[in-house]
Ligand binder design. Structure first.
Ligand code: ZN
Length: 210
């Protein structure tokens, strides 16, 4: 089936895949307020906007990847959540002159065992892989930054390097090769600095997903 009406001419070079930094929303980019869709309660984490500026200046696309089980649980509507994302994007633009290349949300509830019942809820890598196709991302040169080990696992399963911003939000330190962050730091700006200084190093070898 042909879905696109645009043909790529044989001599037209394809755009090079670009690296991105996937950023978790609650607890990483903004303070975690449970089930919040009230724009007035959005509060950026310390030095978060500086960090995003630095990443963008370093040539990374910024992609938000977030689990929002409150959608499946009926705690807020898609419309209210969409409004919150628009407010977040406006603040990013007005306060830092930045824009997300994409925002990817898993709106599913976890399964009874707490693990994803879908392919997109982190620690599954579905959101990252979906973004990689639609935004033409180079996953091996990309990073996932989050405040819990589910973010790290999602990043590793997608083939990215990972930064854990340890602000005390992870409480279950059940480790394994897929849940081992490449870098641990204390806020987003430190994460951005670590990503900038790893730039020259080749991507780390990834353990194979179990
Ligand atoms: Zn999902």
């Amino acid at each position: 089936m042909i879905r696109s009406s645009r043909w790529i001419a044989p001599d037209e070079p394809l755009a090079q895949p670009r690296p991105c930094v996937f950023i978790d929303k609650d607890g990483t980019l903004v303070r975690n307020v449970a089930h919040n869709v009230d724009a007035s309660r959005i509060e950026f984490m310390p030095r978060a906007l500086q960090a995003l500026r630095r990443l963008a200046d370093g040539g990374y696309l910024l992609v938000l990847v977030t689990n929002q089980p409150g959608l499946a649980e009926g705690r807020f509507s898609r419309a209210d959540y969409g409004e919150l994302l628009r407010a977040l994007s406006r603040r990013l633009r007005d306060e830092a002159g930045l824009a997300f290349a994409g925002v990817y949300t898993c709106g599913h509830a976890p399964g009874p065992d707490g693990r994803p019942a879908c392919l997109c809820r982190k620690p599954a890598p579905g959101l990252l892989k979906q973004a990689a196709v639609s935004l033409r991302l180079d996953l091996a040169r990309s990073w996932m930054v989050g405040d819990i080990l589910d973010d790290i696992e999602a990043g590793r399963r997608a083939g990215c390097r990972t930064v854990l911003v340890d602000v005390g939000n992870e409480t279950q330190w059940k480790r394994g090769p897929m849940r081992e962050p490449h870098v641990v730091c204390h806020d987003l700006l430190e994460a951005a600095q670590a990503i900038a200084s790893a730039r020259q190093a080749p991507p780390a070898r990834q353990p194979q997903p179990a």
